[in-house]
Write a protein that binds this ligand. Structure first.
Ligand code: GLY
Length: 309
């Protein structure tokens, strides 16, 4: 059963012209993470590698491809968590950074803190020698188009939001049974400057504990925070539910209690995994025992060899 990695490319509604690119993107990310696990690497290295790939892919709402704030800026959030030690690192509202997930890892590895925000996080990046990139390099034509559309007086922000509600993330268990999670996002479309969502908040955007499992979440941040979705799912697993049943119960509770839609990828330390969502779609992929699993719609589950193109 071990090792295993599962990635998600954001819960929401993926426009048909982007569905193949979304599936290809999550498959490439899961392959990159699994290559690390197969060569004996740690679950933390694997999830950071997979999420870095998704941040670099302009088809996802993280890193390059992030949605814009009302003022047209990119402000990004990310978290990592190590299930062996319960150490975590997070950044929020960072600008001009290509890979916020790597900065979150540096917060975990190189500071005595768990979470740095905005200006302070950017100062820390500079001190660590992380290069700053021009904001323009993170903005795609697609995100600019959606930003403009949502500024129009006749805009329907809810409809507009549904097409781009994503976040990216990964969970993994390595050969030693250590679990880890990583999640990264540009946030929600036309958010206020300084808005921080669920992603960098421990127990909301992700959680990892070797005694239970790991979860990475995606969806409407304000709703996810109300139910601390990642920790809620792990609580259900502690009560004896499987990764899949606990994920469904957490998502159902979030839908009925706060009318929020979301998606999750979940693993337990034995390597059982789930990719579940209450939104219309969520691009996901998993790699285990040389098999690649992937899908986009509810009930969709394709498989092929991990090395098959
Ligand atoms: N789940 C991403 C966000 O709401 O910021």
């Amino acid at each position: 059963m071990l090792p295993v990695i599962v990635v998600q490319g954001g819960a929401g509604t993926v426009p048909s012209e982007r569905s193949e690119k979304s599936k290809a993107g999550v498959c490439a990310a899961v392959r990159a993470g699994f290559a690390i696990l197969r060569s004996g690497g740690s679950s933390m290295d694997a999830v950071v590698e997979a999420v870095t790939k998704l941040e670099n892919d302009p088809n996802f709402n993280a890193g390059c491809g992030s949605v814009l704030t009302t003022s047209g800026n990119v402000e990004m959030d990310a978290i990592v968590m190590d299930g062996k030690t319960l150490a975590s690192g997070a950044v929020s509202a960072v600008r001009n950074i290509a890979n916020p997930v790597q900065l979150a890892r540096l917060v975990m590895d190189k500071t005595s803190h768990n979470f740095l925000t905005a200006h302070g996080a950017n100062e820390f990046a500079r001190a660590m020698g992380v290069p700053e990139v021009p904001q323009e390099s993170l903005i795609t034509e697609y995100s600019r188009m959606r930003w403009r559309k949502n500024l129009a007086p006749d805009a329907n922000p809810v409809e507009c939001q549904m097409g781009k509600m994503g976040t990216v993330g990964a969970v993994a268990v390595d050969a030693e049974g250590n679990v880890a999670c990583a999640t990264s996002t540009g946030g929600i479309l036309n958010k206020m400057e300084g808005r921080v969502g669920d992603t960098p908040c421990i127990g909301c955007g992700g959680y990892a504990d070797n005694q239970v499992g790991a979860v990475s979440t995606t969806g409407h941040g304000e709703a996810i925070m109300k139910v601390t979705l990642a920790r809620l799912i792990l609580f259900h697993m502690e009560q004896g539910l499987s990764a899949e049943a606990a994920s469904d119960l957490g998502l159902d509770y979030m839908k009925s209690r706060v009318h929020g839609l979301a998606g999750v990828v979940t693993v337990d330390p034995q390597g059982h995994w789930a990719a579940r969502f209450s939104s219309l779609q969520m691009a996901w992929a998993a790699a285990q025992k040389d098999t690649l699993h992937y899908g986009l719609y509810a009930g969709e589950h394709f498989t092929k060899g991990i090395d098959e193109p």
